[in-house]
Design a protein around this ligand. Structure first.
Ligand SMILES: Nc1ncnc2c1ncn2[C@@H]1O[C@H](COP(=O)(O)OP(=O)(O)OP(=O)(O)O)[C@@H](O)[C@H]1O
Ligand SMILES: C[C@@](O)(CCOP(=O)(O)O)CC(=O)O
Length: 461
């Protein structure tokens, strides 16, 4: 019997808490996006051997197939050999982590087909293809996945997370993603697989967002995964993995937190790019060399980050408690720029102080990120981005914006009134100041992993 289930996981925009999130003393706010990674399953019983094939038909040579001898995984960490010698470290790591964890006895022929929304990659040299009911359209590229430019939404985390849940569902037909412990299990397994594939333990914010959606996140202790990967006796790997996934409190925070209704995130891809590991190593080196100064800066920046979270939560609460006043507030936002609102505040003519609170929180985050840039020498908010973000404060309906995540020349994220999204995209088009920006066609979609309707993918699989 062939069974088809489809799961999807979102990409991310890291709004507040880059660098600080590497230390479990601090929390970060990450927004889940409407660009999602989907994994569709097909599973059949087999007799003598297990075959797992992962297809990613939007990319040239996007197929990785493994014939697997299950006895290798009995209590073991085993490596996989792709039948044509093709490599995809994230696919390999996810399959081997799941098999080490489950240690299945019965053989299956499993095919997982991956569909990735267009926000994850540059769409140059690609053509669209839609499902029969036209509800889904994906871009098909002429190059292999490794040669297509990424936009920074966390494609590997989306891949690993959606593949993890898809594979687990092949071995458990009753798997229900709405069940909290199941979601946590998927998170833990995906974090392990992602770190092992990367060969390093990051903060894990991208996998956590892919799993849980828009969240305030606090990381796990890196030793959880470092200890696992340091196990030399392979026969002890499965036992340690099961303990880590099922019996260990990772002490992460993943509190749901999303943008208030009527306020949208707009992400601008910037011509250029930055290498996150280089920025991170500069920042960490300075933090080590200047413990006192960095503590002061980290504390100030963290207060600003948490204040943004809290003013956004206040707005969300207001939208529910007093919808009429909230509608007026949104109207005020959509008719004014951050600079105008700020001016009104200084003249004591402010109509909605809650809007000014968001503007101030964003500016304060930027002030400390700029201090971090100057102190560490890492180009987190370089001058070009400062000019750009300053310019967004003059756009009607815009609350201002930040360089997301590690910053640099990758992207900017701005917060805008919903009514102003189109106007801002149009009015910045011809402007010299915004010539390096390409607004991405995406928005916040706060849900983490969801199960999709297979009908929407007919004609594509
Ligand atoms: N749609 C996909 N199909 C198959 N593999 C994918 C897909 N998307 C991502 N991958 C895997 O993830 C790798 C990219 O991971 P990498 O860690 O380099 O980027 P990333 O940090 O996740 O990127 P970004 O945050 O910019 O999206 C690809 O080379 C491939 O191995
Ligand atoms: C700098 C860092 O805190 C965030 C990197 O975020 P992004 O990949 O730039 O969205 C690194 C990490 O958390 O792993």
């Amino acid at each position: 019997m062939t069974q088809t289930r489809i799961f999807s996981a979102p990409g991310k925009a890291f709004l507040a808490g880059g660098y600080l999130v590497l230390d479990a003393s601090y929390e970060a706010f990450v927004v889940a996006l409407s660009s999602r990674m989907h994994a569709a399953t097909s599973v059949q019983k087999a007799n003598d051997t297990t075959t797992i094939t992962v297809k990613s038909p939007q990319f040239k040579e996007g197929e990785w197939s493994f014939n697997i001898d299950l006895t290798q995984f009995k209590q073991n960490k085993a490596s996989l050999k792709e039948k044509d010698g093709r490599r995809n470290p994230f696919v390999e790591s996810t399959i081997s982590t799941i098999l080490s964890y489950l240690q299945p006895i019965e053989n299956y022929t499993i095919t997982i087909t991956i569909f990735s929304d267009s926000g994850y990659h540059s769409q140059v040299n690609s053509v669209p293809k839609s499902s029969t009911n036209k509800l889904r359209t994906f871009q098909y590229h002429s190059a292999p996945i490794t040669e297509v430019s990424k936009t920074g939404l966390g494609s590997s985390a989306g891949l690993v997370t959606s593949l993890t849940i898809a594979l687990l569902s092949c071995y458990d037909s009753k798997l229900d993603i709405k069940d909290e412990p199941t979601l946590l299990k998927v998170h833990n397994l995906a974090q392990v697989a992602h770190c092992l594939a990367q060969g390093k333990v990051g903060s894990g914010f991208d996998v956590a967002t892919a799993t849980f959606g828009s969240i305030v996140y606090r990381r796990f202790n890196p030793s959880l995964i470092n200890d696992l990967s340091a196990i030399e006796d392979n026969t002890k790997f499965s036992e340690a993995l099961v303990k880590l996934v099922d019996e260990t409190n990772w002490k992460i925070t993943h509190n749901k937190c999303c943008l208030p209704s009527g306020i949208k995130l707009l992400m601008g891809d910037i011509v250029g790019g930055s290498e996150t590991p280089k920025l991170v190593s500069k920042v960490l080196a300075w933090r080590k060399a200047e413990p006192e100064k960095s503590l002061e800066l980290w504390t100030n920046l963290n207060n600003a980050n948490m204040s943004l979270v809290s003013v956004l939560q206040n707005l969300q609460a207001l939208s529910k408690e007093n919808p009429e006043r909230y509608q007026l507030l949104l109207k005020y936002l959509n008719n004014n720029s951050a600079i105008e609102i700020d001016q009104a505040a200084s003249e004591k003519k402010l109509e909605f102080s809650e809007v000014e609170d968001v503007i101030v929180a964003i500016r304060t985050i930027r002030k400390y990120l700029k201090q971090m840039t100057v102190a560490t020498g890492a180009e987190i908010e370089p001058d070009e981005q400062t000019e750009l973000l300053d310019a967004t404060e003059s756009l009607t309906g815009c609350l201002g914006g930040v360089v997301p995540g590690a910053g640099g020349y990758d992207a900017i994220c701005i917060l805008v009134g919903e009514e102003s999204v189109k106007k801002i995209a149009e009015s910045t088009k011809g402007q010299e100041k915004f010539k390096s920006v390409k607004w991405l066609d995406l928005e916040e979609q706060a849900e983490g992993i969801v199960e999709e309707d297979p009908k929407d993918f007919e004609g594509l699989i």
